[in-house]
Design a protein around this ligand. Sequence first.
Ligand SMILES: [Zn+2]
Ligand SMILES: [Zn+2]
Length: 161
Amino acid sequence: MTRKCLWDESHTYESNGGEDYRHLCPACYFNIYKNLYSDKYQWHDFLKNIETIKIEHKINELKKELALYEQKLKPLNGNSKTVEVECLFCGEAFKVDPKETWRYACNDCFKTFVVPLRQLYDQKTIRTLISAFKEDHGGEYFELEDVLKFAKEYFNNKTDD
Ligand SMILES: [Zn+2]
Ligand SMILES: [Zn+2]
């Protein structure tokens, strides 16, 4: 006898007379009831509450789907893990990807200071230079000009040694 599956009415199956298959097609009986709900519900409770369980099931599926989408969206929203690094120039903390903790200048200072200094010095020299400059200059506001002037003296003294 052809029956409709109680879990999903688009499923039809031939009832073989077995008690357990009476309301669900064999696939849903095993995949849904046995796999997912038999720990939680006795068979007759499952049948009694099947409409509620179906809704719950749908919600859980949607939640899983949502979690997947959220994971994909994370990098776009900037919610991915970031590390705070202190800018060597302005002293402000800025966020970087954990892979980029070698960065020592925020975007603004990178453009203002690092780009022009890179024409003259390598990264390591710039870092040393700025550390020395800051030590000498304290927390005062400074411009590229000040750094360049300091650099000239700093390296002249070095070669004199
Ligand atoms: Zn079914
Ligand atoms: Zn900065």
